[in-house]
Design a binder for this molecule. Structure first.
Ligand code: NAI
Length: 470
């Protein structure tokens, strides 16, 4: 095999797990190839996930502010006009810039970027079917070999047989980021991250939005008090949210969708809408990888199990991100990518799973790190709680955003922080301090003694920490 096709590391997938790992490996002196089927690097996060959804959330928030909140500041916007194509073009330009930045970053680190579909030939060799500019397979194939292989192919939306995606009326998040007109009635299956974020976008832009969630609460992973507060605030904004409502099936009929639901396990009902967003979770993406030829078997979730070094059952094949257990979050994948590569290089790469923030970018934002109050109770951990409402901070009053609270959970004996949960404006950025506090093993007293700028939202975290001590 020619030297050109021999590497220290082949990374399959250039999402936030894969590209970060490829750069780290190059920095550690490895000869690296990174294979991705998409010409625009950055994976789902940059192309059809985190970044485009935040661009739409930010634009739609400005629109809602102009329509509803600025008058309280004495600013009147008489004729507010929304140009959906400008809004979408702005989002597309952001994707273009950021995916271009990922390519430059890899090029600067001399990572060989190969556009193609990767497939394992055996435990050592990877066959790549090169793709043409239009994304279709060419007849050209490359065979690559490496000392180590890192699988970072991410995940895909869970598709339910009784409501198959058609890309027009029954859609996944990717399509709901690019509607060419504002739906009259958008029904969302699932009150999780995607349903709440994209439901917020289209509600602010003028759609009637109904979120159908089969569980008794939205945002099931969040602390109960935060989830209940979020439910109240989203409903106040006009988002229809039906709990204990299971969607059984959906049928596209011309330009509309007929959705069959069952409420509280009772009789079936139907709802008609013009768009149905199915956001019921994601599953590991291993299509076409032929992992069996490398000697790998998928676990019950369709992903891969790894050891603490991120090695699969075949020791020189590593896996990270949405392919392995844990929350499907971009920053978790990046951390695992860096750690896996450090382990390959003989360093000790680790991820602290107790200090991974999770954030829902609704308005207000909900952000959390560590254990929820429910988990603390379930595990019988002796714990003290402190809460502080944003209405008590001067800065929140100045902005006119007083809804929400900070909740700090600390160990009863040591005072060490166990969990921090925030709902309110700027929660997504505020949680970083709590993540750092948990990472370094800080106590509630430490946080109470740290001087926080005045007036800031972050004073609410300090106050909640002080409330732990009474
Ligand atoms: P999710 O797991 O967050 O929520 C899915 C919801 O759908 C659950 O609450 C579930 O009970 C409900 N559900 C399932 N079947 C149903 C049915 N037949 N009828 C009614 N409700 C039903 O999944 P989601 O929102 O699709 O997001 C997927 C993943 O993407 C998340 O796990 C998250 O890791 C990631 N993500 C993260 C974001 C962030 O960090 N801000 C934003 C968007 C996605």
């Amino acid at each position: 095999m020619s030297e050109d096709n021999q590497f220290d590391l082949i990374v399959i997938g250039a999402g936030p797990g894969g590209y970060v790992a490829a750069v780290k490996a190059a920095q550690l002196g490895m000869k690296v190839a990174c294979v991705d089927k998409n010409d625009r690097l950055g994976g789902v996060c940059l192309n059809s996930g985190c970044i485009p959804s935040k661009a739409l959330l930010d634009s739609s928030e400005y629109y809602a502010l102009a329509k509803e909140s600025l008058s309280a500041h004495g600013i009147s916007c008489k004729e507010i006009d929304l140009n959906l194509s400008t809004l979408m073009n702005r989002k597309n330009e952001i994707i273009q810039q950021l995916t271009g930045n990922v390519r430059s970053l890899l090029e600067r680190h001399k990572v060989t970027i190969i556009r193609g579909m990767a497939s394992m030939l055996n435990p050592k060799d990877v066959e790549v079917t090169l793709l043409k500019e239009d994304g279709h397979a060419s007849s050209e194939k490359k065979i690559l070999t490496a000392k180590n292989i890192l699988l970072a192919t991410g995940s895909k939306p869970l598709e339910i047989n009784s409501m198959p995606f058609d890309g027009k009326t029954i859609v996944s998040a990717k399509d709901a980021l690019s509607f060419d007109k504002i739906p009259d009635h958008l029904v969302v299956v699932g009150g999780g991250y995607i349903g709440l974020e994209l439901g917020s976008v289209w509600c602010r832009l003028g759609s009637k939005v109904t979120v159908l969630e089969m569980l008794p609460s939205i945002a099931g992973v969040m602390d109960g008090q935060i989830s209940r507060t979020l439910l109240r605030l989203l409903k106040k904004q006009g988002i229809g949210i039906e709990l204990k409502t299971k969607v059984l099936k959906a049928e596209a009929e011309k330009e509309t969708v007929l959705v069959t639901i069952s409420k509280d396990g009772m009789e079936k009902e139907t709802i008609r809408c013009d768009k149905l967003l199915v956001a019921v979770g994601r599953k590991p993406l291993t299509d076409g990888l032929n992992l069996d030829r490398a000697g790998l078997q998928l676990n019950a979730s369709g992903g891969l199990d790894v050891d603490p070094f991120y090695r699969t059952a075949v020791k020189h094949i590593y896996a990270i991100g949405d392919l392995i257990p844990g929350p499907m979050l971009a920053h978790k994948a990046s951390a695992e990518g860096r750690a896996a590569v450090e382990n390959m290089a003989g360093l000790s790469g680790e991820v602290n799973y107790d200090a991974i923030p999770s954030i829902i970018y609704t308005f207000p934002e909900a952000a959390s790190v560590g254990l929820t109050e429910e988990q603390v109770k379930e595990r019988n951990i002796p714990c003290r709680k402190g809460t502080f409402p944003f209405s008590g901070t001067g800065r929140a009053r100045c902005l006119g955003e007083t809804e929400g609270l900070v909740k700090v959970l600390a160990h009863e004996k040591t005072g060490r922080l166990i969990g921090v949960h925030i709902i309110g404006a700027r929660a997504a950025d505020m949680i970083a301090e709590a993540v750092l506090a948990i990472e370094v093993g800080a106590s509630a007293e430490d946080i109470g003694r740290v001087i926080h700028g005045h007036p800031t939202f972050s004073e609410a975290f300090q106050e909640a920490a002080m409330a732990v001590q009474g």
